[in-house]
Design a protein around this ligand. Structure first.
Ligand code: SF4
Length: 360
């Protein structure tokens, strides 16, 4: 793989049907914007995320009402559900017994060692993995000065302390995450931690920001880490619709050659020659195809003068022309369609690929 270091060897854990670490594909995660008590809204969003190619979803569990509805959510969800618990260890204990595929806790706010031990004991009983998430906000008091000088090292030191405390308890069904809103600090923290142990890493930049700037900031950190062979499951954190997180994450993995089963959309920037709404068509295609698992590449080009030639590497595509668009395959025109050509293109694509079903 050009420029990408072979993947770091890690233990493997499972979130339900999805393996993380070891030789498992690098998985894509996101987080619902709804609490479990908003059951139908949450379920609709989780379904949209799964359709977009999300493989693991995290939900914020805030109180007992959330716990009560976790069982039906986990039963109906097409992808494994991880309960994210902050502050209240008793909620984490209850969530572990409510059918979730994993827990996410932050030892920095869940309380003293005894509380963490209770959470791990319940996770152990349920046979589920626990992600230990360390971030800028949970840095211990005595590491705050170091954090100002060297945030990456401070995050690493904090995560190492948590690991030591947990390993003493004999619990090893673990995933770690070390996150900052600073991509470079995130990279440094994960680089140090990856060199110190063989636990799988969930990587991402926390509070990355609004869609465009957040995607850029996440891409910097994820690309650097993944190029070093570090990272077993990824989350791109963006403000707003989490489906966009999945699209960005999938494209990062695809661009690095780490997931060859993700469709690639190629679209021209358009210019005065364009006959069609390239951006609109490309965005619609992107949404419709993200749940498909196939290495297919699809081009959307504004004109037929340069379109098929410029997108010669695409498996299939369209190029605008007077009154509509032409469909081309491997750089050669094979037919025509009207301006509203997405359905016809999707039909052609459907004949070339199989619908994804491996994360259900
Ligand atoms: S494909 Fe056509 S419309 Fe698109 S940038 Fe190239 S020349 Fe312009």
């Amino acid at each position: 793989m050009n420029g990408v270091t072979p993947r770091r060897k890690t233990r493997q854990v499972r979130y339900g049907t999805v393996a993380v670490g070891g030789d498992a594909p690098i998985s894509i995660q996101s987080m619902s914007t709804f609490r479990p008590v908003h059951l139908e809204k949450l379920f609709d969003e989780v379904t949209a995320l799964a359709d977009a190619g999300c493989e693991i979803v995290r939900v914020a569990v805030k109180d007992r009402d959330d716990i009560d509805v976790l069982p039906p959510i986990c039963d109906r969800s097409p992808i494994p559900v991880i309960a994210d618990i902050q502050f209240d260890y008793e909620l984490a204990v209850a969530a572990a017994g409510a059918g979730v595929a994993g827990l996410r806790i932050n030892p920095g706010n869940i309380g003293a060692g005894e509380r963490v031990a209770r959470v791990l004991e319940s996770a152990s009983k349920s046979g589920i993995a626990v992600r230990v998430g360390v971030n800028s906000g949970s840095i211990e008091r005595d590491l705050r000065e170091l954090y100002k000088q060297d945030p990456g090292r401070a995050l690493f030191e904090s995560a190492s302390r948590s690991l030591e405390e947990i390993e003493v308890l004999g619990f090893t069904n673990l995933v770690f995450s070390l996150k900052s809103s600073d991509p470079i600090a995130t990279v440094e923290a994960n680089r140090l931690f990856a060199a110190s142990c063989d636990y799988p890493l969930h990587i991402g930049v926390t509070e990355a920001g609004p869609a465009l700037s957040g995607a850029a900031r996440s891409s910097v950190a994820l690309t650097l880490l993944l190029s070093m062979g570090i990272g077993d499951t990824v989350r791109v954190s963006l403000s707003g619709d989490p489906v966009r997180e999945v699209i960005v994450a999938a494209n990062i993995l695809s661009a690095l050659g780490l997931r060859g089963d993700i469709p690639r959309i190629i679209s021209c920037p358009t210019c005065g020659r364009s006959w069609i709404d390239v951006a609109g068509i490309a965005e619609q295609l992107e949404r419709k195809l993200m749940g498909i698992r196939s290495p297919i590449s699809i081009a959307v080009m504004g004109c037929e003068v340069n379109g098929p030639g410029e997108a010669r590497d695409a498996d299939i595509g369209i190029a605008g022309t007077r009154g509509g668009a032409v469909i081309f395959r491997n750089g050669k025109v094979i037919g025509k369609c009207s301006k509203n050509c997405i359905e016809k293109l999707l039909g052609e694509i459907g004949g070339m690929v199989g619908k994804k079903d491996d994360c259900k």
